[in-house]
Write a protein that binds this ligand. Structure first.
Ligand SMILES: [Zn+2]
Length: 280
């Protein structure tokens, strides 16, 4: 384990364009339930899952009712406003500040990476702290639009300047990934030479294609053979490191180069310490 943490730190320092992916596993340590784990939201309440499947259809059909229902329903994720980033979130923000991590793509909608200070952040499935225009894609913070007042004045749904109807930024089932997030994520996955995967088994598509895309990217590298000749070989462009509690399909399919098994809240800070030890 110690050896792998050291290796990850060295690989991160060497990388020219390191990026990270994160998923529910990094936030469960902040008390936010995941969806499909043993005590996940959907596992415990299949009816809530059914309702969630209907959200996007409802928005398209009757956005006023969509908003009225959302404003009266309790949050599925519990009291998100009280949740705080944990050492795993902070470690990723610190790696960005050190100039090592260039981008973070998260599946989480809890806003904790932003709270921890990550700036070049792609919230692939949106954020519960934001709203998004369904027509032009503009985003607004939830403070910018007083939804309760609009409800009292019978002015729901909120409308954008462009005339488009505003929905939650959170991407619902059956809703396509917002074009900007999808495009930037693909570019980053293709461009990176290191991908640090934190707390996600990456099985939900289309997010799941990102590590597979990085794996597919081969580059030509000149290497010296034993007889002293130089030959050009096809090698993977990116080193893929997994930090997950258990092996995942990424481990089993050989997508990741190595797995550091454990809690992201413990392993990621150790990687940061090791990076500092080497660099300073
Ligand atoms: Zn708009």
């Amino acid at each position: 384990m110690k050896d792998l943490i050291k290796k990850a730190a060295e690989d991160l320092i060497k990388a020219k364009h390191a990026i990270a992916l994160s998923g529910a596993g990094i936030s469960t340590e902040s008390g936010i339930p995941d969806f499909r784990g043993p005590s996940g939201i959907w596992s415990k309440d299949p009816e809530a899952e059914k309702r969630a499947y209907q959200s996007y259809g409802k928005f398209l059909e009757d956005p006023k009712e969509y908003w009225e229902e959302r404003l009266s329903a309790p949050s599925l994720l519990g009291d998100l406003d009280r949740a705080e980033p944990n050492p795993g979130h902070c470690a990723l923000a610190e790696l960005e500040k050190m100039g090592i991590l260039k981008c973070l793509i998260t599946q989480n909608v809890d806003g904790l990476h932003e709270k921890a200070g990550s700036r070049n952040l792609i919230e692939y499935h949106g954020s519960y702290l934001k709203l998004r225009c369904s027509k032009c894609g503009s985003r607004f913070s939830i403070e910018e639009i007083d939804l309760e007042e609009l409800r009292r004045e019978e002015k729901l749904p909120p409308l954008c300047k462009c005339g488009g109807v505003i929905k939650s930024d959170v991407v619902h089932f059956r809703e396509p990934i917002p074009v900007d997030a999808a495009k930037r994520s693909q570019e980053e996955a293709w461009r990176c030479d290191l991908m640090l995967i934190c707390g996600t088994s990456a099985v939900v598509y289309p997010f799941a294609q990102l590590p597979r895309l990085a794996k597919k990217h081969m580059i030509e590298k000149e290497t010296k053979t034993e007889s002293g000749l130089y030959v050009v070989k096809q090698v993977p462009a990116a080193t893929i490191i997994e930090v997950n509690a258990e092996p995942t399909p990424l481990t089993e399919e050989g997508i990741s180069d190595y797995l550091i098994q454990g809690k992201t809240g413990e392993i990621l800070p150790e990687i940061v310490q090791e990076v500092k030890r080497i660099v300073i």
